[in-house]
Design a protein around this ligand. Structure first.
Ligand SMILES: Cc1cc2nc3c(=O)[nH]c(=O)nc-3n(C[C@H](O)[C@H](O)[C@H](O)COP(=O)(O)OP(=O)(O)OC[C@H]3O[C@@H](n4cnc5c(N)ncnc54)[C@H](O)[C@@H]3O)c2cc1C
Length: 395
């Protein structure tokens, strides 16, 4: 068995950020990632002002701007009939209101390279398949090459952090009651994304949210003159469109005159990418001596546009707990409780509020009512409050 101080499972924003921070703090850190970067991912690719502030502190924001990240400082919300309301994004004291659109292929690769440059040993195309448990504590992980060719290996560590996304292997291994994340129920949601040519060339500087019968979508400019269209849809809407994201897009979304004008008749310039079923909830951020970060700790409704921000902000919040745990040979019960309450205070309320707001806009009647209120004289000033309600507010 090889040994290290810290094993991080997952090289997305949460994993790359905590690995970089811990390595900079002196921890011998190994990061295990099942894919090879750059890789694409279903996401609205909207990095909120709060997330930008964390990435600026990590020192990677200039590289993202250099690679063409598109600034945004306003948001538009449109209902299925094309009625819309526009407002500036809410100001984040100390950080301003500018958000960025950047593809996950670029963002995640920049973050992972940054982790490597901080001294993290990055193992791509390696899957963490199960925890090593001793007396009910996670003492390491067993890994396997992603292509299946090669032997399993055991890695022991003083601390294991699972930043392995919403289907976290470690959460499922430690809490089998979570169940099979691939089982679809009639209330399940699926996510899709495709890139389109950016007819406005980023000039709108807006993140645009389009509500449709059966779901909602986010549209925003990213690098290389493209826009990202990411949507989530209820399984019944998807079934009604023959489980085809392109049909869902044509039959449920393109009848929105605003979106039609925005995208024109341009076909997508990428294939549709699909994920699901999706669940949005809060889980345990610490268990059996291990820590969880990002979507593995709790998955926020994408209506908020805060998932990546929460992932990197959570890494900053976790750093003192990680360094203390490493100094004392592991995460003891008191430290696990302290980390759990720090994580819950920061992220549980916004995750719940985002789910409520997302639900309102996922159903035609409440969405129409909310839109009616937002379109009243002076109603648009509530839109920034709605956006701010899903932020932790840490600049
Ligand atoms: C439709 C949709 C739109 C969204 N839009 C936005 C948006 O516009 N803005 C925003 O901020 N958020 C958005 N989100 C949320 C955002 O994508 C997530 O919150 C964010 O990716 C969480 O980061 P993470 O690092 O926790 O997990 P992930 O980004 O999921 O990273 C987890 C990593 O772990 C790896 N991994 C998983 N299992 C293993 C294993 N067993 N061994 C090794 N590696 C493993 C994966 O390959 C992956 O690279 C959206 C989500 C959806 C579904």
């Amino acid at each position: 068995m090889t040994r290290t101080d810290l094993v991080v499972i997952g090289g997305g924003p949460a994993g790359a950020a905590i690995a970089a921070l811990a390595a900079t703090g002196g921890a011998k850190t190994l990061l295990i990632e099942k894919d090879r970067f750059p890789r694409d991912k279903v996401c609205g690719e909207f990095l909120s002002a709060e997330g930008c502030a964390v990435l600026a502190r990590l020192g990677v924001l200039p590289a993202l701007i250099d690679k063409g990240a598109m600034p945004m400082d306003a948001c538009l919300l449109a209902d299925a009939k094309g009625r819309s309301v526009t407002a500036p994004l809410p100001d984040l004291p100390g950080a301003g209101r500018t958000a960025f659109g950047i593809s996950r292929a670029v963002l995640d690769a920049v973050l992972l390279n940054h982790a490597a440059s901080c001294g993290v040993t990055v193992c791509e195309q390696v899957v963490a398949i199960r925890p090593i448990l001793e007396n009910g504590r996670v003492m390491g992980v067993v890994t396997r090459p992603a292509n299946g060719a090669g032997a399993d290996e055991s890695v022991g560590a003083a601390l294991v952090i699972a930043a392995d996304g919403r289907r976290s292997m470690l959460q499922r291994a430690l809490h089998p009651a979570i169940g099979d994340p691939l089982i679809t129920s009639p209330r399940s949601w699926f996510g899709f994304k495709a890139h389109f040519p950016d007819r406005a060339r980023g000039l709108s500087r807006r993140i645009e949210l389009y509500v449709f019968d059966g779901g909602y979508a986010g549209l925003g400019a990213i690098e290389n003159a493209r826009v990202d269209l990411a949507l989530i849809a209820r399984v019944d809407a998807l079934n009604a469109c023959g489980n085809s994201p392109q049909r869902l897009f044509e039959e449920r979304m393109l009848n929105n005159p605003l979106l039609r004008a925005r995208l024109g008749n341009d076909p997508p310039c990428s294939a549709w990418k699909t994920i699901g079923p999706l669940r949005f909830n809060v889980r345990k951020p610490a268990s059996h001596g291990a820590m969880f970060l990002g979507d593995a700790a709790g998955t926020i409704d994408p209506f908020s546009g805060e998932g990546m921000s929460n992932a990197v902000h959570g890494a900053e919040l976790a750093l003192p707990f990680v360094l203390d745990a490493l100094a004392s040979g592991g995460l003891n019960e008191a430290a696990a409780r302290a980390w759990t309450s720090a994580w819950r205070d920061a992220f549980a309320p916004v995750t719940r509020r985002a789910r409520l707001i997302g639900r309102i806009f996922q159903h035609p009647r409440p969405a129409a009512l909310a839109m009616g209120l937002l379109r009243l004289p002076h109603g648009a000033r509530w839109l920034p409050s709605l956006v701010a309600a899903t932020r932790t507010g840490a600049a």
